[in-house]
Design a protein around this ligand. Sequence first.
Ligand SMILES: NC(=O)c1ccc[n+]([C@@H]2O[C@H](COP(=O)([O-])OP(=O)(O)OC[C@H]3O[C@@H](n4cnc5c(N)ncnc54)[C@H](OP(=O)(O)O)[C@@H]3O)[C@@H](O)[C@H]2O)c1
Length: 304
Amino acid sequence: MVKKIIVFGGTGYYGRTVVTALVARGQMVRVVSRNAEGARAVVGSDVDIFEGDVTHTGDISKALQGMDVIVICLAAMSVKLIRKMKAIERDAVLNIMFEAKKLNISRLIYMSGYEMRADLLDELKIPEFGAIKIEVEAALHASDLNWTILGDAPAFDLFFAFLRGGKMTVPGGGLKAIPTISAEDVGEITAQTALREDLGGQRIRLTGPRAYTFPEVAELVSEITGVTVRHLSIPLTAVRVVSALLYPFTPFPRYLYKSLILLNNFPSDLADEVPRDHQKLLDLFDYKPRTLEIEIESRLCPKD
Ligand SMILES: NC(=O)c1ccc[n+]([C@@H]2O[C@H](COP(=O)([O-])OP(=O)(O)OC[C@H]3O[C@@H](n4cnc5c(N)ncnc54)[C@H](OP(=O)(O)O)[C@@H]3O)[C@@H](O)[C@H]2O)c1
């Protein structure tokens, strides 16, 4: 059966892959974007685009008219939006939930972080880093919506972001194994979740097959490309100092610094569970996972 699915954040890095997977399944997709023309260029012509801003409640209720399923992939993780993070990632999401209830739309998929542990964030002295997602997840649990929370691992891009000129230079070293996933797999799994009725009330962690440390990835890149990549560690304090200096101009580097703290303190019990979490995805969803090896080959090995 064809469903009408609205994707908030459907032009974003993960959101656009959700839209692609839904369109491929012949669903009717509406994407909310602040810029209709830009959105059209990103999501193509098979999608209904609603130009609107989620910080305006009126836009949310208009956009939701006639929809069956809501997918939320909103984020404010950019220099331009970071100051509006609470309005976009918290207030707007709570408003979407409120308006959904009024319009009798019960199915809602919420993209979150891999796992939000308040005690770990407190211990690392970065409680505000996950506060919004923790609050939204609690609001979903308390609601009578038919919600599914998807705890997304970072995209494989994370590793490539630190790779330049034969060196993988990582603040703090990146010595803890972390889960990562391909954006395409996130899109595929999210689309299937949106179309299923049996995953309500579940929180599912989305990860690729295994967790890697940055030195392991440097080694893997060297093996696959045949060109040696050296792993280098720079002190996290250097990033802290720069982010503090820039803070009066933009809080964004400070936010990145906090994400690096988390990256360097990723809980090993969660990393150990990655193969099991990935197997659960294989059991639950019909897709062929894209591995980091495939990603390295396609990005770094020239085609003949
Ligand atoms: N990317 C990752 O590696 C990663 C890792 C873990 C978890 N996640 C989670 O996945 C979700 C999506 O992240 P992402 O990286 O894909 O986001 P992103 O690329 O930064 O995209 C953000 C999206 O939010 C929309 N948006 C922002 N402000 C808006 C506003 N005022 N009104 C309407 N739309 C607005 C943007 O739409 P327009 O610009 O078109 O208006 C865009 O589609 C987030 O919950 C994030 O925490 C992502």
